[in-house]
Design a binder for this molecule. Structure first.
Ligand code: UDP
Length: 362
């Protein structure tokens, strides 16, 4: 029997690996989970929702440490875990320092690595930083690559990565499917139409965030049956500005970041989404919710190409006009709901475990 060791650093890694771990357990694999603690208190409640518990908790976080220090700590602390578990395969996800350092440590021990969500690229080595370089390097280190989309697979092929490259869909969609199946259909639905917004990327701090908030306020002033639900990141740079620009509006609900399950429910109850998050761009199309991406460029171009997402950046007029149009022109609104989600059907984990079960990787 194969022993699989899953590495989790941040909330998105927990969300996107949980369904893979569940699928592996269902198939009788011996699974172990290591959490490096990049976002420990955010991700443990999420893991509980999936009946998962970390087997190892690394203590690698130090205030103000450099990326080199963090990487070195993960390498040092993960090596003994590899020694005690002796896994047949290490699984990492995405592009964090955890995913990179754990892949490297496994390589040093000559243990094969499988990379979930392989092949996303902006082709700009410094943006996002250090994630673009992390995922490139994991691409070199891994033995098995699981691109979520055709475009991601193409990126890997262009880099000379060959072998088994099954296009799986994104496992984040699996997590959402499993979560929504467990929740009552109309829980939390209100009487207003709802814009659900998240915005916390560094590139939007400051002026861009102000433009976004002014645009949303103008939308609310124009359309009286619409409210805004905005889980606001605790970063004071964001919180204070948002409070100042939107806090006084009667149809604005500024709330603390939601747990994953509550956020999934809020997405299901929303009319449309405004976001700069990567994961949310993958989740919204599965729910057939129009999504307006508050970024100038995205490593997830598939949504825009399929017509389920639109890039609006932080351009005040563009955001205002596009969102007003989506809320007043039903043909335009419905056009976002026609295509199937380019990020998967909620069964990516099965495809991943099918490939691992075959065991014919290098
Ligand atoms: N999410 C959440 N609560 C919130 C906002 C988002 O649980 O209040 C979830 C969301 O469903 C998605 C993930 O967190 O799965 C996205 O995380 P984030 O935006 O931090 O990271 P990114 O996806 O941009 O890497």
């Amino acid at each position: 029997m194969k022993k699989l060791l899953f590495c989790i650093g941040t909330r998105p890694e927990a969300i996107k690996l949980a369904p893979v771990i569940l699928e592996a357990r269902t198939r009788g694999f011996d699974t172990k989970v290591v959490v490096t603690g990049q976002h420990q208190d955010l991700l443990e409640p999420f893991l509980e929702w999936f009946d998962l518990k970390p087997d190892f908790r690394l203590q690698v976080l130090r205030p103000g440490q450099s990326l080199s220090e963090l990487t070195a700590r993960i390498l040092n602390e993960f090596q003994p875990v590899l020694g005690s578990v002796k896994p047949d395969l290490v699984l990492t996800q995405g592009d964090t320092t955890t995913a990179f350092a754990c892949s490297l440590a496994a390589f040093y021990e000559k243990i094969p690595v499988a990379h979930v969500e392989a092949g996303l690229r902006t082709h700009d080595r410094y943006s996002p930083f250090p994630e673009e370089m992390n995922r490139l390097l994991i691409g070199r280190l891994a033995n098995l690559h699981f691109p979520p989309t055709e475009a991601a697979k193409e990126n890997l092929l262009r880099e000379g990565i060959t072998g088994l490259l099954p296009v799986t869909g994104n496992t984040g969609v699996d997590a959402l499917r499993i979560t929504l199946e467990r929740l009552p259909l109309n829980a939390g639905a209100g009487s207003h139409r709802t814009i659900l917004m998240t915005c916390h990327r560094r590139e939007n701090h400051g002026e861009p965030l102000e433009r976004i908030c002014r645009a949303v306020r103008a939308v609310l002033d124009r359309i009286p049956d619409v409210e805004l639900v905005f889980p606001v990141h605790p970063n004071p740079n964001i919180k204070e500005r948002v409070q100042g620009l939107l806090g006084s509006h009667p149809r604005v609900r500024l709330i603390a970041p939601l747990g994953y399950v509550e956020f999934a429910q809020a997405m299901r109850n929303s009319t449309l989404l405004l976001t700069d998050s990567g994961g949310v761009q993958e989740e919204a199309p599965y729910l057939k919710k129009p999504i307006f991406v508050l970024r100038e460029s995205t490593e997830r171009p598939e949504g825009v190409a399929a017509g389920v997402a639109e890039l609006v950046g932080s351009d005040e007029e563009r955001i205002r006009n596009t969102v007003i149009r989506a809320l007043t022109d039903s043909t335009y609104y419905e056009s976002f709901r026609k295509a199937t989600s380019p990020y998967g059907d909620g069964f990516a984990s099965r495809r991943i475990l099918d490939a691992i079960s075959k065991g014919d990787h290098p």
